[in-house]
Design a protein around this ligand. Structure first.
Ligand code: 6GU
Length: 246
């Protein structure tokens, strides 16, 4: 998979893409990440990328021309087919594990990082094919969001992780948060690992984990439960646990 990132601060990407899973995916040629500076596609002496908002108001906007030209230059170098062009902006659709899976199936993506007060609307209307936000808060630029998106995609690509098993048990994979996990020692500062996990009874362990994942999701993220598929028995666990807390 190839990901082109268009931004104003390419240096920001150096360290995050040189560690851990993204680094390994690059080394194994599973992913090719190319970072471009939008400023390289300006033509004036001051390499201007921003301008005032028409109609007045505070803050500067990213001008359309360097962004259009940067995208077109990349398209010319690579396969001319349809490439998703994703604008990273707080106004986008929410990035979730589902969206990460969807993007991980593409062979080529472009991520355009917004900045300042925003981006000229014509980039949204006539260039971007998708708009993504990583959550309901405002970052000073799209670069950190692009790192989040690339990381979440990279670990889904076949061969990027040590084992595919670790993907299946991830939080959010089945719409639930992950169950609690423990390693050794069996007792640490008087806090013991739940005995079921040391029982060797795989049926009991799976049941305990499922129940804990459901109860944890009910407590921390009740919004996720609406979409999860639960049995009548599992729904009962939730109502029992809620009534025992009262
Ligand atoms: Cl993609 N960009 C910015 N600037 N802020 C954000 C965001 C993106 N997602 C959440 N907040």
């Amino acid at each position: 998979m190839r990901i082109d990132i268009l931004c104003l601060f390419p240096e920001m990407f150096a360290s995050p893409f040189e560690q851990s899973i993204v680094k390994r995916a690059k080394e194994r040629a599973i992913i090719d990440i190319v970072v471009h500076n939008i400023r390289d596609h300006t033509h004036d002496k001051h390499r201007t990328v921003d301008d005032y908002s028409c109609g007045g108001g505070p803050g500067m906007l990213l001008k359309p021309e360097p962004i259009f030209e940067a995208v077109e230059a990349i398209k010319e170098q690579t396969n001319p087919g349809e490439i998703p062009i994703i604008l990273l902006t707080p106004q986008g659709r929410l990035f979730t594990q589902q969206v990460a899976r969807e993007l991980a199936s593409c062979s080529h993506l472009m991520l355009v990082c917004g900045h300042y007060e925003g981006v000229d609307e014509r980039v949204r209307e006539h260039l971007a094919t998708d708009e993504i936000s990583i959550g309901d808060y405002v970052l000073s630029g799209g670069e950190l969001a692009a790192m989040v998106v690339v990381d979440a995609i990279a670990r889904l690509l076949p061969g990027a992780l040590g084992s595919q098993v670790s993907l299946n048990s991830d939080s959010h994979n089945d719409g639930l948060l992950e169950y609690p996990q423990y390693t050794r020692p069996k007792t640490y500062r008087g806090w013991s690992v739940p005995s079921v996990l040391l029982s060797g009874n795989h049926g009991e362990i799976a049941l305990w984990r499922r129940r804990e994942a459901i109860l944890r999701t009910a407590k921390q993220r009740p919004d996720l439960l609406r979409k999860a598929t639960l049995s009548t028995e599992e729904r009962k666990w939730i109502s029992e646990s809620l009534s025992s807390q009262k």
